[in-house]
Design a protein around this ligand. Structure first.
Ligand code: ADP
Ligand code: ZN
Ligand code: ZN
Length: 822
């Protein structure tokens, strides 16, 4: 196993610093530069403190990054401005800071870039320090004891209507105001705070509250008005205006009339922008199965740092174990962090957490609006016991009292960031975090990654297993269909006879099913039947995929790499033939076929096209769960932990796209994906049925999936990896090169290859052109290094050497532990 040992960075080991200079990050977009400031004698700083500094003509927020004993040589020490003040000390717990530094070191990324990933966007940007009077704290007549500067500051603030001014304004008005401000702040007569940037003003919504209606007035109401009042009363006397109008089927006019005669009051209320979703019914802990209980006992027994793998087949009740492990954490006043692969998964999962923990559940992910992210961040910093559920970047959630980290579906590659830097894996970062804050981390999966599997079977780690489904429901039988034989039998449909039979069954029994298609539209293309011409993207080396917009109203062709879109041409651009045909089986194609062959089956398409809109995942899944449709047709998203009890049939339309990928972990991924999709079936009382269609039924992955045999598959796969020294034994580092000038990129790649060649300690693979060589008009090359065991000093040397060779117009990026080789 690769030991990841990052040296703690010297400057952070002994805060607070007494160094006279500090380098700060000012969050101006695009700038990765650190700026140097002087630290006044009477201020002591810790790394991560949020400061207010003069920046050009502004007063801005900044974050203290690094301390210096002497100013950088190129600066004239007398010109270095002092920082203005500390706005928010201890913004991060010290271990958090160490975490960021470790990420920067391990992923060979400047610390600033890591900070940018960790912070919610715009936290510092153009922030201003504001001062506000605290009149309750000022004893009358006490002003006379103030020094003259402080008194002038106080007077200035007292003149302000709102009792507040920006610090910059006060300093402009009063020379040497800083000392005075500090005096007032120390006395708590004045509050100093960082005014969040562009902050998202508090969001207001109109609420209607029932007042005690005067019987005299009541008698004069129209029947309709009385009905609305009674409705409001039945609902507890208070509703959002929009809800009241919708639920009581009434108009704003009626509500206004009620307001005029004093029966109700309509007023604005602030709503905290957290993703709350719809109300969920409360839910009590379930009685655990013996296996769940054993796993829970082990987790509750950890004191401090521990790593555990919860390996439970699909539907074995892992989530229930997390829920019951978190409950005592909250009771002890600590918080829990739950990381999940993708947002498509969260609505269902968050509902289950909300049902158990109510408002203490907070959702944090990159699809939140800036306002929501900001409010959620503030909520996390309060340190109140809470459960934060989020995607990979939530591994940085600033929870001060972390008691447990759960990483669900830990095998999922969306925990890995490819770009921009840092190219971190949330699983790796979660391990460091649990070490630094001394709390356990639990990795959950039905199909653990080889890395976690190997690791958690080791001596010091913990292996917890849920080998059976809840209520001893069997895993669904998996039927392999040889598509070559279908063709021989004369069946030209994309659905085999076995699958057709299952679908037919659905329309008769009223049960539900899932159809899985590998990826979105990558395999579809349009080609001319007369001359064979394929319509390509003009900017990338890929063919354009066929898209319908709005149920086929417009036909469009789109590039999945750069987004280029064009109309479907009426005839071949090459030979003019009108016979254009499209190939492949994307989700759209399957929808079309379904419509043709099974007009009675209603299907919902669930892929990145139909779920782009915010809230679309939830809406589609809710419709499906309510029985609006009998089929859910989609891509990878379907593999991510959906728990839909009425699904009895799963069809894997074509497994081959998955089986024929060429990178070192293609087999692992194919096994995981197919097992996960199959696991959506039979979660209710019906055992379910899975039909897996393939042209290569003898493929070892297919056989292992059919036997539900994770262990045998993994052991064999591990043996191969070990021989070839691939992860989790060896370690990979990928260099990506790109540029507009094809010849220059190629030449640079070759030069780099030569510069790396004589080195010991790693094996050089490449340089090679990327699988898709041109994307958005940029030409791409790759160089892969394979290290035996640990990465040493050789890596930093290699990076330095390549950076020296790299011309300005070629972009070089480093991906540590890469998973995406496209
Ligand atoms: P997994 O996360 O392992 O795929 P889930 O946690 O989604 O499994 O559980 C599958 C289903 O079984 C869920 O509907 C869940 O509510 C139910 N379940 C889990 N544990 C129990 C239990 N101990 N008793 C009864 N039902 C349970
Ligand atoms: Zn043609
Ligand atoms: Zn393109």
């Amino acid at each position: 196993m690769i030991a990841i040992v990052a040296e703690p960075h010297a400057p952070y080991s002994s805060p607070p610093s007494t160094a006279p200079y500090v380098e700060v990050l000012v969050d101006c977009p695009g700038s990765d530069k650190l700026f140097t400031y002087r630290i006044p004698d009477d201020i002591s700083l810790n790394p991560g403190d949020i400061l207010s500094v003069p920046f050009g003509s502004q007063q801005v927020g900044a974050i203290a990054v690094r301390f210096l004993d002497t100013p950088p040589q190129e600066l004239d020490a007398t010109n270095i401005k002092p920082i203005d003040d500390v706005i928010s000390p201890g913004f991060f717990p010290p271990s958090y800071w160490e975490l960021l530094q470790r990420v920067a070191d391990y992923y060979c990324t400047p610390l600033i870039q890591v900070i940018r990933i960790a912070l919610p966007p715009g936290l510092l940007r153009r922030s201003q320090r504001r001062l506000r009077l605290n009149p309750d704290n000022i004893p009358s007549g006490a002003e006379q004891f103030l020094n003259p500067v402080a008194r002038r500051v106080l007077e200035l603030l007292q003149q302000s209507k709102s009792g507040s001014y920006t610090a910059a304004y006060v300093q402009q008005q009063i020379r040497g105001a800083r000392r005075g401000i500090r005096d007032l702040v120390n006395r708590r007569w004045v509050d100093s705070y960082l005014e969040p940037p562009r902050v998202p003003k508090p969001k207001l919504q109109q609420a209607v509250t029932l007042l005690n209606a005067n019987p005299a007035v009541y008698g004069e109401l129209t029947p309709r008005q009385r009905e609305v009042l009674r409705f409001l009363q039945r609902q507890g006397g208070e509703l959002w205006l929009t809800d009241l109008m919708q639920l009581a089927r009434t108009s704003r006019g009626v509500v206004s009339a009620l307001e005029r005669c004093g029966c109700v009051v309509v007023e604005e209320r602030e709503i905290l922008r957290r993703e709350m979703g719809e109300a969920v019914n409360a839910d009590a802990p379930k009685e655990l199965t013996p296996a769940q209980n054993a796993a829970l006992e082990r987790i509750l027994g950890f004191s401090g740092y521990a790593e555990a793998l919860l390996h439970g087949v699909t539907g074995s009740g892992k989530t229930e174990v997390y829920l019951q492990a978190i409950a005592p954490i909250l009771r002890s006043g600590k918080s829990a962090l739950v990381l999940v692969p993708e947002i498509g998964l969260t609505p269902q999962l968050t509902d289950r957490f909300r049902a158990r923990f109510g408002k203490r559940v907070c959702v944090y992910h990159s699809a939140l609006s800036d306002g929501e992210r900001f409010d959620t961040w503030r909520q996390m910093l309060t340190g109140e016991p809470q459960v934060v559920i989020g995607t990979r970047s939530a591994v940085f959630a600033p929870l001060p009292n972390l008691g447990l980290i759960v990483l669900d579906e830990e095998h999922d590659s969306s925990f890995k960031q490819d770009r921009p830097a840092p190219t971190y894996h949330a699983r790796t970062v979660a391990k460091w975090r649990s070490q630094l804050v001394d709390c356990p981390v639990v990795f959950g999966s039905a199909t653990p990654s080889l890395e976690t599997w190997l690791d958690c079977r080791g001596e010091e780690k913990h292996y917890l297993s849920l080998p059976e489904r809840v209520r001893s429901r069997p895993l669904p039988p998996i039927e392999i269909v040889d598509l070559r034989r279908e063709l021989q039998r004369g069946n030209k449909s994309i659905f085999s006879l076995a699958l057709q039979e299952s679908l037919q069954n659905l329309s008769e029994t009223g049960q539900q099913g899932i159809l899985f298609i590998h990826r979105r539209g990558h395999s579809t293309f349009v080609s001319c039947r007369s001359c064979g011409y394929v319509l390509d993207c003009p900017h990338c080396d890929v063919s354009l995929a066929y898209h319908y917009t709005h149920e086929g109203a417009t036909k469009l062709l789109r590039c999945h790499y750069c987004g280029y879109t064009r109309q479907h041409p009426p005839s071949c651009p090459e030979c003019g033939s009108p016979y254009l045909k499209f190939f492949g089986s994307g989700t759209q194609r399957v929808m079309q076929e379904l419509g043709r062959q099974f007009p009675n089956l209603k299907a919902i398409r669930f892929d990145s096209d139909t779920t782009r809109r915010k809230g679309a995942h939830r809406a589609l899944l809710t419709r499906f769960a309510q029985g609006d449709a009998q089929l859910l047709v989609g891509t990878q998203m379907l593999t991510k932990g959906l728990d839909l009890p009425s699904v009895s049939v799963v069809g894997i339309v074509a497994a081959d796209g998955l089986l024929n990928l060429s990178d070192y972990w293609a087999g692992e991924r194919a096994f995981q994906t197919l097992t996960q999709v199959a696991g959506r079936a039979g979660r209710g009382d019906d055992p379910g049925r899975v039909v897996l269609q393939t042209y290569t039924p003898e493929h070892p992955v297919v056989l292992a999936v059919r036997r539900h045999c994770y262990e045998a598959f993994v052991e064999e796969e591990l043996a191969q990896r070990q021989v070839l020294n691939y992860p989790p034994y060896g370690k990979l580092v990928l260099f990506r090169l790109s540029g507009l000038d094809a010849a220059l990129v190629e030449r640079t790649a070759m030069e780099m290859g030569e510069a790396l060649l004589p080195e010991a300690g790693y094996e050089l693979l490449g340089p090679v052109p990327a699988a898709v060589m041109r994307v958005s008009d940029r030409f791409r090359w790759q160089i892969l290094l394979k290290f035996e065991g640990n990465v040493g000093i050789e890596l930093q040397e290699a990076i330095d050497r390549l950076r020296q060779i790299c011309p300005q117009t070629v972009k070089l990026s480093v991906d540590i532990d890469p998973l995406n080789f496209g």
